[in-house]
Ligand binder design. Structure first.
Ligand code: NAP
Ligand code: MG
Length: 496
């Protein structure tokens, strides 16, 4: 059918016909994120300049323009941070009754809600994710983590009945750039609830909301030193992790850096949890509700531009329905809107950094070179900024790099299978084991698959659903330890 001309502003009255191209008016978010031109380190309850006086720029990846200068903490700043955290633990926080600690966590949760809009905009400007995601997912979920853990603070005796439990002391935490405030909440809320103090290093490209969180701690009247934020580079993270006062280390990031941290801590008695990479299989059986499954596939790989450790980046589809699923998928992704992250209609925002865009581009090229068939929507991309079209690969074999390596971008590799056994074999044939999805009408198959899949989280007839009550974490090279729920709290305690 020939495409009918768009119903545009110039031609608004023309009667709509099937196949019309709708044009959205821009719907930019315009509230003030209350940003500062310069962010200092948050140590001992105050914002202080780094001792060496060094700063680095953080940019808006959608426009490649500078947003602010961020303090670069060196080893001496980290030392001061860890000492103040240790003092806070010894003198105040570690001794405080759980019900008092809980009050501070509730206060933080409510303040995050009060400042939600401001935080959502700051997150989108600094990291590139669509405003509708930071507004409807990242910030509300961050607040939900503080609410949930606030509720636990005075009930810790129920975590390990009959056993002696004690906080570790000062926890060193290092987080990535894909869910900046949410990863902070995953780390800080449980650590504080059980009586630890924290020194946290945010990712270089997305430090703003972590430093704004320092302002929330001040507003909540949190005792000085309980939360410390030291921005900086990889070396800053290494200094936090290596510091003798951090008796527990919680890291979220790439498997490569995770392995190097584990090597560097071998022989010490620091407690360690690792949340690392993934290459999840999203498995669609021939009895699945296909339209629902297609929504799940799209959400699984294109949510947050695919910058998701548990992204459903390998679609395993039963051979008999592969053609129809592919056709539906192509139709669905044709209407995804890629562009200005601040526009409320945008589905895919900016890739977080030039470095990440280069990595995605290189892996996509390898897919083509190795013989897979590439399809993208051909949609127009903004002239400036880091953007990548929603991309799918068919004709993929298990040996291709795009089927084995984490791309961390909006790129889906599609493979087929004939039997449930083959699906399990292919799904588990990866060094990772973070998550998986199963789409089927049969309850018994869901139960069977969730037992056989070597993944920390298995979603059934849904994907990318999170809740503070539900533990999250990996098998194999996706890491160890859990975040969320009772298990997540236990990882911040020593149990005697
Ligand atoms: P990354 O390069 O490993 O960085 C993660 C964090 O570690 C950043 O703050 C980084 O600082 C810091 N860092 C780098 N080198 C370090 C070192 N030698 N010692 C201590 N800290 C160091 O990972 P990324 O590229 O930012 O994030 C993407 C990765 O995170 C993906 O592989 C993804 O799967 C994983 N991830 C996993 C989960 C999970 O829950 N399993 C959740 C989200 C993301 P800089 O920013 O300055 O480099
Ligand atoms: Mg940035």
């Amino acid at each position: 059918m020939p495409k009918s001309p768009a119903r545009t502003k110039a031609n608004p009255a023309r009667e709509l016909v099937f196949g019309d191209l709708w044009e959205y008016d821009p719907a930019p978010e315009t509230a003030d994120p209350k940003l500062k031109p310069r962010y200092d380190l948050f140590i001992n309850g105050s914002f202080v300049p780094p001792r060496a006086g060094k700063y680095f720029a953080t940019i808006n990846p959608a426009h490649e323009t500078k947003i602010a200068d961020i303090a670069l903490a060196d080893a001496s700043d980290v030392d001061a941070a860890c000492k103040s955290a240790h003092k806070a633990f010894t003198n105040v926080w570690g001794k405080m009754p759980g019900k008092e600690r809980g009050k501070y966590l509730y206060r933080i949760a409510r303040l995050l809600q009060d400042h939600a809009r401001e935080f959502a905009i700051a997150e989108t400007l600094d990291g590139g994710k669509p405003i509708k995601e930071s507004r409807d997912f990242d910030i509300p979920m961050a607040a939900a983590h503080f609410f949930y853990h606030a509720g636990w603070a005075d009930k810790l005796e129920h975590l390990a009945p009959g056993r002696q439990i004690a906080p570790h002391g000062v926890v060193g935490q290092v987080i990535p750039w894909n869910f900046p405030l949410l990863m902070l909440a995953w780390k800080i809320a449980p650590a504080l609830a059980v009586g630890n103090c924290v020194v946290l290093k945010p990712a270089e490209t997305t430090s703003i909301t972590a430093l704004k969180f320092g302002e929330i701690c001040q507003e909540a009247g949190l005792p000085n030193g309980v939360v410390t934020i030291v921005s900086g580079a990889g070396e800053t993270g290494a200094a936090v992790i290596q510091h003798p006062l951090t008796t527990k280390v919680a890291f979220t990031g790439s498997t490569e850096v995770g392995k190097s941290i584990m090597r560097s801590l071998a022989g010490t008695d620091k407690k360690l949890t690792m949340e690392l990479g993934g290459k999840a299989a999203n498995i669609v059986f021939d009895d699945a509700p296909l339209d629902q499954a297609v929504e799940g596939i799209v959400n699984g790989i294109f949510f947050n531009q695919g910058h998701v450790c548990c992204a459903g980046s390998r679609l395993l589809v039963q051979e008999s329905i592969a053609e129809i699923v592919l056709a539906k998928l192509k139709r669905r992704i044709a209407v995804l809107r890629v562009g200005d992250p601040m526009d409320k209609n945008t589905d895919l925002g900016a890739i977080n950094s030039r470095k990440q865009l280069t990595k995605i581009t290189e892996l996509v090229k390898s897919g083509v070179a190795e013989g897979a068939e590439k399809y993208d929507t051909g949609c127009k991309l903004p002239a400036k900024g880091f953007f990548f079209r929603p991309t799918i690969f068919t004709n993929v074999s298990m040996s291709h790099r795009i089927a084995r390596e984490e791309i961390f971008g909006p790129v889906l590799s599609i493979l087929t299978f004939r039997t449930p056994e083959e699906a399990v074999e292919k799904a588990n044939n990866t060094p990772y084991g973070l998550s998986a999805g199963v789409w089927t009408d049969k309850g018994s198959r869901i139960l069977q698959m969730s037992t056989l899949l070597k993944a920390g989280v298995v979603w059934a007839n849904t994907y990318n659903k999170f809740d503070p009550t539900s533990p999250f974490g990996g098998y194999k090279e996706s890491g160890f330890g859990r975040e969320g729920g009772k298990q997540g709290l236990l990882d911040y305690l020593s149990v005697g």
